[in-house]
Design a protein around this ligand. Structure first.
Ligand code: PEP
Ligand code: MG
Length: 319
């Protein structure tokens, strides 16, 4: 029995897929290159969100050099030969402040100079990060994609995709974390190679509830149909443009919501590695047609609790 169990642990996880065989690659959210190999060994089919804030926080009072960054990116990419690895450009500000990039005196930091907005003001740091990534890409065989956080306009999309390509990156996209850019998704896909929806911030901005504030925590629920309608908007635009739409917020780690998100048009899901197995098992139970019907059920609800309850009830009728 112990040997049987050991064999199960060693067996490579099957790729994420729906019951009808539709592939839904399951990717890892990572914050450190040190965790990359374990994620690959644990069945992640690639990386859907590599958060680079920690690299910059660990460097002390200034940005890490191009060489320092490159070493981390190479370690990350080497754990995923031939696989997709999506690196997010530095997302400083609000819940992740960095002294050398952010103004500590903003009254509303979540609505301030954060994410791509802050990088643009310190364009030398942005250019160095893109350069380090392009150099790491040349040294490894992983399929490196870069994306910008906290994009709120089409102009910002054009700017970051243009700069990324100018500096040698092949695939560049944006995170959809702000309602304005979700609503402009059709225009986004005229420039961006892909989009990845950050449901944590998208929920915060859609419900206008600070994600760090306990007193409004009940609003921070990605099951809210307002959030799901925005996800559906991006999913539909991505499908029309034949471009990938990932999900990299916490919502992707909820086994039932993951099915709904695929029904809304998500083509990949990224989550902390510990959530992969449960989401993989859940997706395997439903066809794409069923996922779409569950998504319709969620969209028709008037609030988060009702959406969750309606989808749970609808599962009974699928049996
Ligand atoms: C998100 O906002 O959903 C996201 C994935 O980014 P972070 O949680 O790092 O802000
Ligand atoms: Mg975010």
């Amino acid at each position: 029995r112990i040997a049987e169990r050991a064999a199960l642990v060693d067996a490579p996880a099957t790729p994420g897929a729906l019951a009808d065989g539709t592939a839904v690659p399951l990717l890892a959210n990572l914050g450190s290159s040190k965790a990359a190999q374990a994620a690959a060994d644990g069945g992640a089919e690639g990386v859907g969100l590599f958060r680079t804030e920690f690299l910059f926080l660990d460097a002390g009072g200034s940005a890490p050099t191009i060489e320092e960054q490159r070493a981390h990116y190479v370690e990350l990419l080497e754990a995923f030969p031939g696989k997709k690895v999506v690196v997010r450009l530095l997302d400083a500000g609000a819940d992740k402040p960095l002294a050398f990039l952010n103004d500590a005196h903003e009254e509303n930091p979540a609505l301030g100079l954060r994410g791509l907005r802050a990088l643009r003001v310190s364009e030398d740091i942005l250019r160095e990060q893109l350069t380090a990534l392009a150099e790491a890409d040349k040294r490894t065989s992983a399929d490196l994609w870069v994306m910008a956080p906290m994009v709120s306009t089409v102009e910002e999309t054009e700017y970051i995709v243009g700069l990324s390509k100018e500096l040698g990156l092949k695939t560049a996209g944006i995170m959809v974390e702000v309602p304005s850019i979700a609503l402009m998704a059709d225009k986004v896909f005229e420039t961006a190679d892909f989009a990845s929806i950050g449901t944590n911030d998208l929920t915060q901005y859609t419900l206008a509830a600070d994600r760090l504030l306990g007193s409004v925590a009940s609003f921070q629920d990605p099951w809210h149909p307002a959030v799901l309608r925005l996800v559906g908007e991006v999913g539909a635009s991505g499908a029309r443009a034949s471009k990938p739409v990932g999900i990299c917020g916490e919502a992707a780690a909820d086994p039932l919501l993951a099915v709904v998100l695929v029904g809304l048009g998500a083509t990949t899901l990224s989550m902390s590695p510990s959530a992969l197995a449960d989401v993989r098992a859940s997706l395997a139970r439903y066809t794409l047609d069923e996922a779409r019907r569950l998504a319709e059920t969620a969209l028709a609800a008037s609030g988060a609790a009702e959406a969750r309850a309606a989808v749970t009830a609808a599962l009974e009728s699928l049996k």
